[in-house]
Design a protein around this ligand. Structure first.
Ligand code: GLY
Length: 389
């Protein structure tokens, strides 16, 4: 038996992939499946626009982008849920000479590497996105990027896992791994002990606090708060995923326009604040003044799982059988399909030298200075969730 702790997009993708490889897999989730960063994200699939520098990490992100069409298609066939994948390009807009020069350099760097990208004149960028304000100077277009509706993807993965016979234990409360001095033995919850030959920690921003992990195998996960809002948009007002200084915009097929996201060092605080919304709205309205009259349909905040060096943890720890899959920071939704492949390969004992830079062992045993203790953060999270319910 393999137990995956965490039923976000990462944990469910791993469980789904393992089930396809005929592994006996069970998912245990402390709260509700797919309701943390997997639900709060915008679903952008943007390895180039996120400005990831050429590296093993960018290779992983690009492989993930290429994997998405078959991932979404297969999940739809298995679950009946369309995750609304759209890879019709991302438009980035510049509003002054410095921003325009930065976009030019960005496009030039992509062109050198034969990545499809093009500069857009002021007229071209306004033709693609007529709602852009008159002060736009120029733009850039990366046609292979886009977005997926991450909330729909979560539903698709959940249903696909169940269809494949994966057991998902929800609202399990406190979860602890059990281990002897050498290896993992299983997972304990208030419902009892589940013996396992391997445990995958896919608990997102909470992964660093999983109880029972010996200090030598513990990794620090740094919470990064992101606030977002959705506007009710007339169809077609914004057509592409867009980046403007200080905000990104993601149009959904249901008529909402997502505006994101703050990046805040605020522990596990999931309050939506006046300053957070003000910052996002200022940025969005200065780029697209036409948004000013739209109704605010929803506001929310989520916690990204960051790491001290900015790279995810993907792989085996120094505790035999204990595998870590978290720390995806701004790219968790993008990286779900390749994370699933990577972790399933590792659990099958396949060699994946390309994953060496992401080994959790690079960071094991470092003190998680500044991170809240589990009990404190749980209290904060629960109190805030109750307050905002
Ligand atoms: N990937 C966008 C964000 O994390 O806000």
């Amino acid at each position: 038996m393999i137990v995956v702790v965490g039923a976000g997009l990462i944990g469910l993708s791993i469980a789904y992939e393992l089930s396809k490889r005929n592994a006996d897999v069970r998912v245990i989730e402390a709260r509700e499946p797919g309701r943390a960063a997997s639900w709060a994200g915008a679903g952008m699939l943007a390895p180039y626009t996120e400005n990831v520098v050429p590296s093993a990490f960018e290779d992983l992100c690009v492989a993930a982008l290429h994997a998405y069409p078959s991932f979404a298609r297969e999940l739809q066939a298995c679950s009946g849920v369309d995750a609304h994948l759209r890879l019709d390009g991302i438009v980035e807009a510049a509003f002054d000479r410095d921003q325009a020069a930065r976009l030019d350099a960005h496009v030039a760097a992509l062109e050198v590497r034969s990545v499809p990208a093009r500069r857009l004149t002021r007229d071209e960028v306004r033709a693609l996105e007529p709602a852009l304000g008159p002060s736009v100077v120029s733009g850039a277009f990366t046609p292979s990027e886009g977005a997926v509706d991450n909330r729909r993807l979560g539903r698709a993965l959940h249903a696909a896992c169940l269809a494949r016979g994966v057991r998902i234990d929800e609202r399990a409360g406190e979860i602890a791994i059990e281990a002897d001095t050498r290896r993992v033995l299983g997972v304990r919850t208030s419902n009892g002990f589940v013996p396992a030959r391997a445990v995958v920690n896919a608990a997102g921003a909470w992964a660093g606090m999983l109880a029972g992990v010996p200090d030598h195998a513990r990794v620090a996960v740094v919470p990064s708060k992101g606030q977002m809002l959705a506007l009710a948009m007339p169809r077609g007002l914004v057509c592409h995923v867009m980046w403007a200084p200080g905000a990104y915009l993601v149009p959904r097929d249901d008529g909402r326009l997502l505006v994101g996201a703050t990046v805040e060092d605020a522990g596990f605080d999931v309050r939506v604040t006046a300053r957070g919304l003000g910052t996002l709205l200022d940025a969005a309205l200065s780029a697209l003044p036409a948004l000013g009259n739209l109704a605010v349909a929803e506001t929310w905040a989520g916690i990204r799982p960051g790491t001290p060096d900015g790279l995810p943890y993907l792989g085996e720890s120094s505790l035999s059988g204990y595998v870590v899959a978290t720390g995806h920071y701004r790219n968790g939704i993008l990286l779900a399909p390749v994370t699933a492949q990577a972790i399933a390969d590792i659990l099958e004992g396949r060699s994946r030298p390309d994953l060496a830079p992401f080994s959790p062992q690079r960071a094991e045993g470092r003190p998680a200075a500044g991170l809240p203790r589990a009990a404190e953060s749980e209290e904060t999270y629960a109190a805030i969730a109750k307050e905002s319910a």
